[in-house]
Ligand binder design. Structure first.
Ligand SMILES: Nc1ncnc2c1ncn2[C@@H]1O[C@H](COP(=O)(O)OP(=O)(O)O)[C@@H](O)[C@H]1O
Ligand SMILES: [Mg+2]
Length: 319
């Protein structure tokens, strides 16, 4: 495909303004429509990209959620002669580009990110679709600083339904059977055997994404995709080492939950995305309240010590 320049009108009405990302199947741009509204335009590269984007448009048309940028337009661009899809532009940065040192609030935001992703996945599954390619490039995070409430919150958007499959139908496989379409380390290992699309695969990826959020690295890394998938299929449990120092009991409890979620057998994983998110929230909340109780005890101890010393000093001074 020829180089696409900024300023090019796509489908005759979307003017490309900036390049957002590039993948195997196409390039994504920020663009403006005729009303000067910002949108995202994904342009297919090559025949396989074209077929994938048509499937992506079909998957997106079934999903209507605030956390998934909705499909606004799709079609073959008459000049480029390739399929394009236009979606809402999501704010935020991909989780993969948020520097670990900026993730000081990883602990605070962890439960919220997991809960939002879990709610999104459950709604997508209810629409009969499995995402299949949930990984840190496809999770956009935006911090909302509120003037009215102290602290801030984070909102999650899920993009890229290029590999999503419908649970109900048998599809023609688009990828060479020797290749596993997905992201090694994040895509569930049952896809290597081209399993039937099932929500358990996305529960696995949710665990892998949360592992990445807390540790700054994927749970499984190896020299090449094949060996990574082989490790994922083995009984190896990745050591869970968070970026910040965690209380050992919390670290162990989260490690156990993640190991269960990253089990190679789908039946051993938590029963639903929200059951995973709830368990994670409970562990983190318990730990935060234990820390607060310890802080209160330390404050009480220091206060009592001060009172005792003041009394001793006063008595000595007056005797
Ligand atoms: N709707 C959107 N709003 C904002 N950024 C987006 C949107 N869609 C995609 N992107 C950005 O473009 C990148 C590539 O898009 P994606 O759909 O994941 O394509 P690919 O299939 O090539 O991975 C994403 O990682 C994200 O940073
Ligand atoms: Mg992507």
């Amino acid at each position: 495909m020829r180089e696409i320049e900024l300023g090019t009108p796509i489908l005759g009405r979307y003017i490309l303004k900036a390049r957002l990302g590039e993948g195997g199947q196409g390039t994504v741009f920020m663009a403006v429509d005729e009303d000067q509204q910002n949108v995202a335009v994904k342009i297919a590269s090559g025949k396989e990209g074209d077929d994938r984007l048509r499937l992506e448009a079909d998957r997106l048309s079934r999903i209507n959620l605030p956390s998934v940028p909705c499909l606004l337009d799709a079609g073959v661009d008459p000049v480029l002669e390739c399929f394009c899809i236009v979606t809402e532009l999501a704010l935020g940065a991909p989780m993969s580009r948020i520097q670990p040192r900026r993730r000081r609030d990883a602990w605070v935001y962890g439960a919220s990110i997991a809960a939002q992703l879990a709610a999104t996945l459950e709604a997508v599954h209810a629409a009969g679709v499995v995402v299949r390619d949930l990984h840190p490039d496809n999770v956009l995070l935006a911090e909302n600083l509120s003037k009215d409430s102290p602290g801030s919150s984070i909102s999650v958007r899920l993009v890229d339904f290029g590999l999503a499959r419908r649970t109900a139908e048998d599809e023609t496989r688009l990828t060479d059977p020797r290749l596993v379409a997905g992201t090694p380390g994040f895509t569930a290992p049952e896809w290597v055997e081209d399993a039937k699309p099932a929500p358990a695969a996305d529960i696995y990826s949710l665990g892998a994404v949360m592992f990445y959020w807390f540790t700054g690295r994927p749970p499984f890394i190896s020299q090449n995709p094949e060996t990574t998938y082989a490790v994922q299929m083995s009984s190896f449990h990745p050591p869970f080492v968070p970026l910040q120092r965690w209380p050992e009991s919390t670290r162990k409890a989260v490690e156990k939950l993640l190991n269960q979620t990253l089990a190679s057998e789908p039946a051993r994983r938590p029963e639903s995305p929200s059951s995973f998110a709830r368990q994670l929230e409970k562990i983190l909340e318990r730990s935060v309240s234990r820390q607060r109780r310890n802080q209160r005890l330390v404050a009480l101890f220091l206060g009592l010590t001060a009172v005792v010393w003041t009394t001793v000093y006063w008595l000595t001074w007056n005797s």
